[in-house]
Design a protein around this ligand. Structure first.
Ligand code: HAX
Length: 434
C-alpha cells in the first residue's frame, strides 16, 4: 500500500505538466481586470491566486477538494462510534483529494503519533511569557521557536532542488500539524487551569487526544474533530492563508510561514472574531441580567453597536454572499445537541434580527453570519469558556489548510509573490482627474 507521501508524489507528478503548460502556453491570457477600488481596497475579487485545496463560491460556500462540508463529513473515515471524521484522514484528503481507506487512515494516525513530541524548549519558552499574554501570541511564538527543526531550511542550506522541495515542506507540515494540539492544550492548561498540563494518551486519535489534554469530556472529542475540519481552509485569499503562502513564496520554511499566518488570524476582522462574538454576547447578557432579550431588545443592542461605530462580529464576509455553511453545520450541531443552551438561543435570536438590520444599515455587502458567529457557543457549552482561547482552536484547524497549500506551492514551483503597486498620482492619472 502506498504511503501518504508516495501517493502525494504521484499526484504532484501528474499535476505538474498542467501548471507548466498554463504558464508556458497561456501565460498571457487575461483572467480579469483590476479597478481602482480593488487596488486601494484590499484587492477584493482579484483573481490572482491558484489553489486546488479548496474553493469558495460566494453563494454556495466552501468546498474542500470539490466536496461540501456535509459530503466531507459523510465520506471521510470516522473513529468507531463517533459522528465526525478522523482529522488525520482529513489531512490525507486535503493533500491528495482522495478519500483514504480505513487502513491508510490508521497509518496516518500512527505517523502523527511518532511526530507529535514537542521539544522541551517550547514549553520553557511558553513558561517565560507573562501569563496574561494573549494565547495566540503564545501559539505563534511556539510555532516560530521550532524553526530550528525545519527539514526544509536544512534542505535549502544543503543545496536546493526545485523538483523535490515539496518533500521537506511536506515533512515540516506534517510534523507541525502533529504537534499543534499538544502545544495548544499546554497553553490552555498552563494559562487558565492553574498550570496543570495533561500528558498525551498514545491510544487516542488527534481529536480524542486533544479533548483529553484539554481535560474536556466526551463529546468534546467530536467537537474538536468537527471544529478543526471546518476551519481548515477557505481558499487562498483570506488573511491567514494568503500570509502563509506569501511568506512561503520567499522560500521561508513552514515554521516561519505558519507563524506569520497565525499572526494574521489573530486580527479581529479575521479569526479573532470568534472571541469577539462571545465577548459581545456576554456583554448583552450582563446588561439583560441573563434574560434572553426580546427581538425588539436585541435589535436595540445591535443598532447601539453599529451606531457606536463598531462592526457586528460574526457577520459579513469578503467573498460569501449568503449564510456561511460552516455557520450552518455548527448550527445543526447545536440544534441536535444543545437546543436549550442559553447562548445558542442568543445566537439564534441574533440570526433573526441582524441580517435585516445590516441591510437597513446599508454598508455590509453580506448581511449573513460567518463561521465565527456560531463557533463559540459550542465551545462554551462543552466547558471551554475562556473565549480568548477560541482563535487558537481556529489556528490548529487552519494550519492544515495553509500547510497543505504551501506543500503544493513548492511542488508546483510557484514563484515569489510580488504584485506591483502604483502611486496615488498614477491612479489619479488613470482616473483622468490629473
Ligand atoms: N457589521 C457592521 N459593518 C460591517 C459588517 C458588520 N458585520 N461587515 C461589513 N461592514 C461594513 C464594513 O466595515 C465596511 O464599512 P466602511 O465602508 O465604513 O469601511 C462596509 O460594511 C463594506 O464592507 P464589506 O465590503 O461588506 O466587507 P469587507 O469585505 O470589507 O470586510 C469583513 C469583510 C469580514 C472584515 C467584515 O464583514 C467584518 O468586519 N465583519 C465583522 C468581523 C467578522 O465577523 N470577521 C470574521 C470574518 C470571517 C473570517 O475571516 N473568520 O476568520
Amino acid at each position: 500500500m502506498a504511503t501518504l507521501k508516495e501517493k502525494l508524489k504521484e499526484k504532484i507528478e501528474a499535476h505538474r505538466p498542467r501548471t507548466t503548460r498554463l504558464l508556458k502556453e497561456f501565460g498571457d491570457v487575461k483572467v480579469g481586470e483590476v479597478n481602482i477600488s480593488q487596488t486601494i481596497n484590499g484587492m477584493r475579487g482579484v483573481k490572482g491566486l491558484a489553489t486546488d485545496i479548496s474553493y469558495l463560491d460566494p453563494m454556495e460556500g466552501i468546498r474542500f477538494r470539490g466536496k461540501t462540508i456535509p459530503e466531507v463529513m459523510a465520506a471521510i473515515p470516522k473513529p468507531e462510534g463517533k459522528d465526525y471524521p478522523y482529522v488525520e484522514a482529513f489531512w490525507f484528503y486535503l493533500l491528495t483529494g482522495d478519500v483514504p481507506t480505513k487502513e491508510e487512515t490508521l497509518e496516518i494516525v500512527a505517523d502523527f503519533k511518532k511526530r507529535s513530541g514537542v521539544p522541551q524548549y517550547v514549553y520553557d519558552l511558553l513558561r517565560t511569557m507573562p501569563r496574561d499574554t494573549h494565547p495566540m501570541t503564545m501559539f505563534s511564538a511556539a510555532v516560530l521557536s521550532m524553526q530550528r527543526e525545519s527539514k526544509f531550511a536544512k534542505f535549502y542550506a544543503e543545496g536546493f532542488n526545485k523538483m523535490t522541495a515539496w518533500e521537506p515542506m511536506y515533512e515540516d507540515a506534517t510534523d507541525i500539524i502533529a504537534k499543534l494540539p499538544t502545544i495548544a492544550a499546554y497553553i490552555y492548561r498552563m494559562k487558565y487551569k492553574g498550570d496543570t498540563p495533561i500528558a498525551a494518551d498514545p491510544n487516542l486519535d488527534l481529536g480524542g487526544n486533544f479533548a483529553h489534554m484539554m481535560g474536556l469530556p466526551e463529546p468534546y472529542d467530536d467537537v474538536a474533530r468537527m471544529y478543526f475540519i471546518i476551519h481548515s481552509d477557505h481558499e487562498s485569499g483570506n488573511v491567514s492563508a494568503h500570509t502563509t503562502h506569501l511568506v512561503a513564496s520567499a522560500l521561508s520554511d513552514a515554521y516561519y510561514s505558519l507563524s506569520a499566518g497565525l499572526n494574521g488570524l489573530a486580527g479581529p476582522l479575521h479569526g479573532l472574531a470568534n472571541q469577539e462574538v462571545l465577548k459581545w454576547i456576554q456583554n448583552v447578557m450582563k446588561q439583560m441580567g441573563g434574560k434572553l432579550p426580546s427581538e425588539e431588545e436585541m435589535k436595540k443592542f445591535v443598532w447601539d453597536t453599529l451606531n457606536s461605530g463598531q462592526v457586528i462580529p460574526g457577520y459579513g464576509h469578503a467573498v460569501l454572499r449568503r449564510t456561511d455553511p460552516r455557520y450552518m453545520s455548527q448550527r445543526e450541531f447545536c440544534q441536535k445537541h444543545l437546543p436549550d443552551d442559553p447562548i445558542f438561543k442568543f445566537v439564534s435570536r441574533l440570526y433573526d434580527v441582524v441580517p435585516d438590520i445590516l441591510r437597513e444599515h446599508g454598508k455590509a455587502k453580506n448581511p449573513w453570519p460567518n463561521v465565527d458567529a456560531q463557533s463559540g457557543v459550542i465551545q462554551w457549552h462543552y466547558g471551554l469558556r475562556e473565549y480568548d482561547f477560541y482563535t487558537v482552536l481556529f489556528g490548529v484547524g487552519r494550519a492544515m489548510g495553509v500547510l497543505a497549500n504551501i506543500t503544493w506551492d513548492r511542488a508546483l514551483g510557484y514563484a515569489i509573490e510580488r504584485p506591483k503597486s502604483l502611486t496615488t498620482d498614477m491612479l489619479e492619472e488613470i482616473a483622468g482627474i490629473k
